[in-house]
Design a protein around this ligand. Structure first.
Ligand code: COA
Length: 341
């Protein structure tokens, strides 16, 4: 059975920077830089321009990952695309990325799978991609996380609790087969559907007829409570801390690891306070953590692959290092993975 290692990483963030103060000055949200910084650690985020979807952000990230892996489109056997902000209800973003990258132009009709696990999407996707590689089914799986949140944020004072947290961006990795003693060692995934509506963006309700109410002209009417994300911030905070620590301890126990064995902790970036609280609880040194929430906010499924790609680019993540990636998000869903780089 081959091992599954990460052979290349890439990322892309849109160029437009939106600072906390600009949320107030440009969008008229009643907020302050101080409030957002103190509560979340976020200083600024990126917003994509109109006309840009998650597959557009994913393309340069994926191309960078392929370049860094020394591979071409023909080498890729499958696309796994993690996002909570797909272009449309269906099809998923994976097929848009496939078409944009030129797979179809060369007649390379690889399967494309979308993963819908929000902030845990990358870790769920990694487990999926690694399983496919370790089973011998595929040699190289392109795994991306990409989000365009800015289009679906209520950028008004009413929506400020959620709108101040999220940003746009994309990260990608190639998961490849190897006979070397390295790669994805294992993972622990979990979910608790009792909290499905504690953090959600419903938009429609497929149990209703029609699924979106219509006016007398047959035009769909989405009320604000359905259109925008709903979040109980305090409940999310509490569960994120418990579940991220739990998932990390589960993979540590399964692989007989201790904190000292890990060289780099790559945590989902929902809130700097969540991650600092966990770091203090487990007693890990700050220099073993990478962070980008200050610059990008919460980029959901894109967060962990962006962190990995930045860490490689900066020389902080090198061959032989042991990485612990941990995520928590809507669902609630969570996961942790151990990777020998
Ligand atoms: C969202 C979060 C920062 C809010 O912090 P909090 O200390 O819990 O603050 P609260 O929600 O209790 O709000 C306190 C007050 O600040 C206000 N507020 C909310 N967002 C604000 C903003 N951007 N600017 C200014 N005030 C804001 C609230 O309206 C509330 O006002 P009120 O007391 O008059 O009603 C925090 O709960 C959090 O980070 N939770 C986790 C969220 C998360 O990680 N989500 C993604 C998961 S993957």
């Amino acid at each position: 059975m081959p091992n599954a290692y990460i052979s290349g990483t890439g990322y892309y963030v849109p160029p437009r920077v939106v600072t906390n103060s600009q949320l107030r000055d440009v969008y008229g949200i009643d907020t302050t830089d101080e409030w957002i910084r103190q509560r979340t650690g976020i200083v600024e985020r990126r917003f994509a321009d109109e006309g840009t979807g998650p597959a557009d952000l994913a393309k340069p990230a994926a191309e960078m990952a392929l370049r860094n892996a020394g591979l071409t489109l023909r080498d890729i056997d499958m696309i796994v695309f993690a996002t909570l902000s797909p272009e449309s209800a269906f099809p998923g973003s994976g097929v848009y990325l496939q078409q944009k990258m030129g797979f179809c132009d060369i007649g390379h009709f690889v399967p494309a799978l979308d993963v819908r696990n929000q902030c845990s999407g990358f870790v769920y996707g990694l487990a999926t991609a690694a399983s496919l590689v370790m089973s011998g089914q595929h040699r190289h799986v392109l795994l991306v996380g990409s989000e365009v949140h800015s289009a679906a944020l209520d950028l008004s004072t009413r929506g400020r609790q959620v709108a101040s947290l999220f940003g746009d961006g994309a990260g990608a990795v190639v998961v490849s087969a190897t006979d070397e003693d390295r790669g994805v060692r294992g993972w622990a995934l979990g979910a608790d559907g009792r909290y499905a509506e504690t953090l959600c963006q419903r938009v429609w309700d497929m149990r209703r007829r029609p699924f979106i109410p219509v006016d007398e002209r047959g035009v769909g009417q989405v009320v604000p409570e359905m259109m925008w994300a709903h979040m109980d911030g305090r409940a999310v905070f509490k569960h994120a801390v418990e579940r991220m620590i739990g998932a990390l301890m589960q993979v540590f126990a399964a692989h007989r690891l201790t904190l000292n064995d890990v060289d780099l902790f790559v945590f989902h970036q929902a809130n700097l306070r969540i991650n600092e609280f966990i770091r203090e609880q487990i007693g890990a040194p700050p220099d073993k953590f990478v962070s980008n929430i200050e610059r990008y906010g919460n980029t959901t499924a894109a967060t962990i692959p962006i962190l990995l790609a930045e860490a490689v680019e900066q020389g902080r993540l090198r061959r032989g290092m042991k990485v612990a990636a941990v995520a928590f998000g809507s669902g609630f869903t969570w996961g942790a993975a151990i990777v020998d780089w």
